[in-house]
Write a protein that binds this ligand. Structure first.
Ligand SMILES: C[S@@+](CC[C@H](N)C(=O)[O-])C[C@H]1O[C@@H](n2cnc3c(N)ncnc32)[C@H](O)[C@@H]1O
Length: 290
């Protein structure tokens, strides 16, 4: 790939999805986009770039999707789901006893293993959730992964990764070499395409946000902006759950970590209004050394 095409793709991906590629990731682009160029019937990445420069929005969307990393598995990292079951939900059940509703957002839900793991945790809680309304909203930039998530169909390999066998038997039906999650679990998750770079205030306020293993692909400025907007999208006593390699520490003070619960954060103050959040941004940017 020639250097100008690489620079063009780097900038495009940063603008469209937040993906922050260092100068030496040509191999990654080649491994993801050569198959796509064949699928699109063009001879290589340079042709793909020409089509993008020529204004093909469909190719741009396919390139952005092809460059997303969708790695996920059921009950990934285990501990966040233990926090969810043992700390987050018991506290939320007390705090929301008057309204009996809880809103949960999986902000980069990929192919569904994360939101469905949460749904299974809730199902396991049984009678304690009777007459409660629990919404799980799974969003992702990629339409392709959302389609798979909606289908709830997984390979043998996918259901075996991290999935306790008793939950597999209880909540899935086997169909040949594939497994489909049961309709009642599927119905607990709503799906929407959403780019975290864009405004998400229309989703409303959440009690719990899982935003795991997506911010690692973004630069500091993008992370800070997303944290600021996540804080606005969260009830003051809500919980933010990040991935094992992600943290707010050193980036922003809109969330504070739980000292004894890795990966778990809480908003630092009352829910910021749009105007307050806008005023806070330069301060946060300054903290990041910009
Ligand atoms: C590595 S997966 C993480 C899935 C799941 N949260 C987990 O931890 O197992 C990252 C997901 O983030 C999505 N993604 C990447 N950029 C995004 C963006 N700008 N907005 C929303 N989702 C994005 C990708 O499509 C991908 O499905």
């Amino acid at each position: 790939m020639n250097p100008p095409d690489y620079e063009y793709l780097r900038k495009l991906l940063k603008d469209q999805s937040g993906l922050d590629l260092s100068a030496d990731k040509q191999y990654l682009i080649e491994s993801r986009l050569l198959p796509l160029s064949r699928k699109c019937g063009v001879t290589g990445i340079d042709d793909l770039v020409q089509k993008m420069k020529g204004g093909s929005s469909s190719i741009v969307a396919q390139v952005v999707e092809a460059m997303t990393t969708n790695e996920t598995f059921f009950f990934r990292d285990k501990i966040p789901f233990e926090h969810f079951r043992d700390s987050i939900m018991p506290e939320m059940l007390k705090a929301r006893a008057a309204r009996r509703s809880i809103r949960i957002w999986c902000a980069a839900g990929s192919t569904g293993q994360e939101p469905y793991s949460l749904a299974m945790c809730l199902k396991e809680m049984g009678a304690s959730l009777a007459r409660w309304r629990i919404d799980i909203i799974a969003t992702d930039l990629s339409q392709e992964v959302l389609e798979k998530s909606k289908s709830g169909i997984y390979s043998q390999f996918e259901v075996q990764r991290g999935h306790p066998i008793q939950l597999l038997v209880k909540y899935f039906k086997q169909n040949g070499e594939l497994w489909q999650i049961n309709p009642d679990i599927r119905a607990m998750v709503q799906h929407r395409q959403l780019n975290l770079l864009h405004d998400f205030s229309q989703l409303g306020a959440f009690d719990v946000i899982f935003c795991r293993n997506v911010l690692i692909y973004f630069d500091q400025e993008t992370k800070i902006s997303i944290f600021g907007r996540l804080a606005k999208a969260m009830e003051p006593d809500g919980f933010l759950v990040l991935g094992a390699a992600e943290t707010v520490v050193g980036l922003t003070d809109v969330f504070k970590p739980f000292p004894d619960k890795r990966g778990l954060y809480r908003p630092s103050g009352p829910r910021a209004t749009t105007a307050q959040a806008a005023m806070a941004m330069p301060k946060i940017a300054a903290m990041a050394g910009r």
